[in-house]
Design a protein around this ligand. Structure first.
Ligand code: GLN
Length: 391
């Protein structure tokens, strides 16, 4: 994220620079540091899913899939939404396969927001939201989640709604904070969306990564919400296949049609042989998803304990595979961006400075995010390196 003017770049994209994920992963490769920055698992997903992709390649699924996505995947998405979140969608008219959730977000914003519309987002805000809101000619309105608990201030949501508000873009479990919205918070959002007749888009990519016996609840499942909500997710986080970029949108047909109109001119289609493979993943038994969360909860506990011992103030996440720390006990000036840029040289670890997810920079300046979707020995190694900082 650079603030200097980039030549040739449109006004809409000035300020968006290079994503922090590209910068920090390149830094990790250059320095050989342990990469706890960009969120990607360092182990492969379930064999059934990997084998299904190989079979699909071997049996000729290598050309353009149908525009809305392969029927086997749309059917599996419909079954998954019903099995886990009690939401019924028609695979023929109410489901659209996208190039990861990132394209789903882009398609929703470009297909449903006009110039001058306002989009309500939670801050810290995942970086692609702001870029796509800007590409759509719309304006973001931020509602800040604050540590330690990152409670949603419903009065702040109400205050952020104006006659121009078109859409609420909600992410739970939330990146980078790991916050899982409570049913009370979701009900509050639902009440406001209904009262003001707003569209809602939900980024639910961490839907299966929820800890401590908490349950993910889709905002679309609250009364009065299904008809106004576009549920967006992907297979990357659930099946350790972030490079496959298979995502989806589930919504009433007119909303899907609007998003699809934009989507068809972005990538048209993608991920041919990976579509049936993600369908196989979505049909795995409940135990698979339970074990995925249980394993990550152990890693969450391991990294939180280690980061605390290393001297950080740790905000324990309830979901996702990210943990945020306040660096000020270790670096009193609280400059998270400088800290992250220096960290590989100082101790061989890469993290993400949360400040890039904030419009109100002071709120997130001193926060740093570490990804813990890594093998135990990698977490231990990173923690040992970070402990060297305070010595
Ligand atoms: N969603 C991933 C993260 O937050 C990164 C995705 C990306 O590289 N754009 O770390």
């Amino acid at each position: 994220m650079g603030s200097s003017r980039v030549p040739f770049l449109t006004a809409k994209l000035q300020g968006f620079g290079t994503t922090i994920f590209a910068e920090m992963s390149a830094l990790a490769i250059r320095t050989g540091a342990v990469n706890l920055g960009q969120g990607f698992p360092d182990t492969d997903g379930p064999t059934e899913v990997l084998e299904a992709a190989k079979t699909a390649i071997d049996t000729g699924f290598n050309q353009y899939p149908p525009g809305p996505g392969m029927p086997v995947l749309r059917q599996a998405i419909a079954e998954h939404q019903l099995r886990f979140w009690g939401l019924a969608y028609d695979p023929d008219t109410e489901i659209l396969v996208t190039t990861g959730c990132t394209e789903a977000i882009a398609a929703v914003l470009l297909g449903l927001c006009d110039t001058g519309d306002e989009v309500l987002v939670l801050e810290p805000t995942y970086d692609s939201y702001q870029a796509c809101i800007s590409l759509a000619g719309a304006t973001p309105k931020f509602v800040t989640l604050r540590p330690p608990a990152y409670e949603l201030d419903l009065d702040a949501v109400r205050a952020a709604i104006t006659p121009k508000t078109r859409l609420m873009l909600i992410n739970s479990p939330h990146n980078p904070t790991g916050k899982v919205l409570t049913t009370t918070e979701l009900q509050g959002l639902a009440d406001l969306a209904i009262e003001h007749d707003l569209l809602v888009a939900t980024d639910e990519v961490y839907e299966h990564l929820v800890f401590d016996g908490l349950e993910h609840v889709s905002l679309a499942s609250m009364p009065g919400m299904r008809e106004r909500t576009l549920v967006m997710s992907s297979g990357g986080k659930s099946f350790n296949t972030t490079g496959w970029k298979v995502g989806w949108i589930c919504a009433p047909a007119p909303l899907v049609t609007a998003a699809r109109t934009a989507k068809q001119f972005l990538t048209y289609v993608s991920s041919g042989p990976f579509q049936p493979a993600i369908a196989a993943g979505l049909r795995l038994p409940d135990e698979y998803f339970e074990e995925l969360a249980a394993d990550l909860q152990i890693k969450r506990d391991r990294i939180c304990a280690g980061l605390t011992e290393a001297g950080f103030a740790v905000y324990r996440p309830s979901g996702t595979y990210f943990v945020t720390v306040d660096i000020r006990p270790i670096r009193p000036d609280g400059d998270g961006l400088a800290f992250c840029r220096e960290l590989p040289e100082r101790c061989g670890v890469v993290g993400i400075p949360n400040v890039v997810f904030y419009e109100n920079k002071a709120e997130g300046r001193h926060m740093v995010r570490f990804a813990f979707c890594k093998r135990h020995e990698v977490i231990d190694d990173a923690v040992a390196r970070l402990k060297g900082l305070s010595r």
